[in-house]
Design a protein around this ligand. Sequence first.
Ligand code: GLN
Ligand code: ZN
Length: 749
Amino acid sequence: MSTAFGQSTVLGYPRIGGNRELKRAVEAYWAGEIDAAALDDIAARLRAEVWRTLRDARLDALPSNTFSYYDHVLDTAVAVGAIPPRFARLGLSELDTYFAMARGVASEPALELTKWFDTNYHYLVPEIGPDTAFAANPAKAVREYAEAREAGVETRPVLVGPATLLLLAKSAQPGAAPFDRLGDLVEVYAQILRALADAGVAWVQLDEPAYVADRTPAEIAALREAYDRLCAVPRRPRIFVASYFGELGDALPALLGTPIDALGLDLVAGPGNLARLAGAGPLQGKTIVAGLVDGRNVWRTDLRAAIARGAAVTGLADHVAVSTSCSLLHVPVDLAAERALEPELRRRLAFARQKVDEVVLLSEALRNGTTRLPEPLPPAPGGWRDDTVRGRLAALRPTDRQRGAYPDRAAAQQARLKLPPLPTTTIGSFPQTAELRRARAERRAGRLDDAGYTERMRAEVEQVIRLQERLGLDVLVHGEPERNDMVQYFGEQLDGFAATEQGWVQSYGSRCVRPPIIFGDVARRSPMTVGWSTFAQSLTDRPVKGMLTGPVTILAWSFVRVDQPLADTADQVALALRDECHDLEAAGIRVIQVDEPALRETLPLRRADRKAYLDWSVGAFRLATSGVADDTQIHTHLCYSEFGEVITAIDALDADVTSIEASRSKMEVLDDLAGIGYRRGVGPGVWDIHSPRVPPQAEVVDALRRAVAAVPAERLWVNPDCGLKTRGYAEVEASLTNLLAAAAQVRGG
Ligand code: GLN
Ligand code: ZN
């Protein structure tokens, strides 16, 4: 068996299938429509298809164990036996225990779900404490390796590395850091390595992306010790440590100082890795796996620039393999599935399948300079440029991002809105019922025309307004029935955005999203939401809140052009939203909410990069919202409760009212806000909408009393944690009834 790493590889490949077959299969299994054997069968077919695809593309180093029924972090947690006792106790089959951890069961909530670094993928957070009984369970990795081998393909099993697994974990016991268990965990990885070697595995890939974020010297020293130990395992496979999403910094020389056999560097998101590598001294026969093809965006690689970068690596290392910058999990499967894309856009795109070809081509070109490269792309079509938008951006002044003084605004708004203390509202969406989804499907299929569709949506808006009036909310919403998705909805109406037909990307578990592609200058053709908001407002005397998605969130949940700074694209989106705010205001809408749930998740992984990010992201939000009069009330909504460094940015957004998730964290956020001197309106969520549970009135009263102690009642809003689109009407009515009764009780003193 050859022990060379190979010349070309990818760090991972989409596992959902070209037609989201995996989604359908696991959902059918959950619904009891197919059994475990049938599910297993479909999964094996999907894996085989990926290996065949990669091999036929002439990739020569193939990953395995990148398939997952739900999440690769959960898979690794299971492989090391980190199954919390509350799930082990259920006495379910291995598969059902796995799904119980992922989705919860009636008696046990699921593991927490959170964002995978700064991507839109969510992983399940392992729970690890002093009592976690680690035990090697290499069965899945061994089986997938054997399966590939059976099909004639030699593969490299992939696992999340031990240091990253612990750094991503949450403590199962207060005061006990999961990372303290690294020594024990490494012994379990050692056993897994032995088992893989016994199965014939030549190379294993251990992912340590946690080290592209700021890490302490102690964490870096522990990483080094861990790999020294793993490399000392007799009869082990060769070890490839992969990093991605940025620069390894001091962890790079630390890893090179261990006897690992290969190190993977992201040269797209972490160009500085190159200089660090150059300064790291002799590589002692190690293979450098150069991540030259962007695994997170959909643009074709600039092959000539990538070759130059690759050549710089070749000059430093004897063995270089070409790879993607990270797993291709984050991009759609195959451009060939798109039939309607404009040809000028299409020729500029590469999805997962196309990126594999780029890797192979680059690796050939780097080895023999004679490989013919495709012609470089011509400049972008003139029609993608919008000189009006560019002129407006060039003419912007600081005052365009500045509203009047808050006390004046607050007085003007109160004179106009006449809200009671502890005003009540919701975050925007009401339940997306099966009928609403059916109406959208019928329209797509051509069975329902636009007029018929609009009529159904209006009927829904009317019901939502009547319900809110009946319950007695102060500031109403139209309920967002017409929105499939809070970004896609705007992408479909803005110039410079393209939608795909099949560009699905896994978000979490069986959930996939289809991010739009921002390819050109962004401009608003016509009002996007005014018709819905004014219709809703025409039905009631109470103020109806206009509802927009903010520029940072629109960028975060799209594939964004890379030919200009993100800040410029954000400002273009902001101008479109500014015009929309203006039109809403002119149409008599007195309150406008601009949602920024993604503000925190795209925070750069390294502290040094954060100020620049917060400057442009806050600037874009303010550009979008500063064009309105003092007496128009701007709300924003953020979907998380642990702000960290974003806390000062929340103040800088200068919204009149900020609603935030707070119910799980018991209003702690109010102390954080008080700490930075935040003095505007705030709506800490008092109902955890992520759970079907109806909050009892007394519990809401309790939360509100705690909040009133920190924030005066005129500035304190009463609302749920987030939108209600995933809830059912029965829970919504019951919960809102309790919310309103609680508000009334606390108002009464
Ligand atoms: N207005 C959106 C809703 O209510 C906000 C969603 C979000 O915060 N992610 O659904
Ligand atoms: Zn939210």
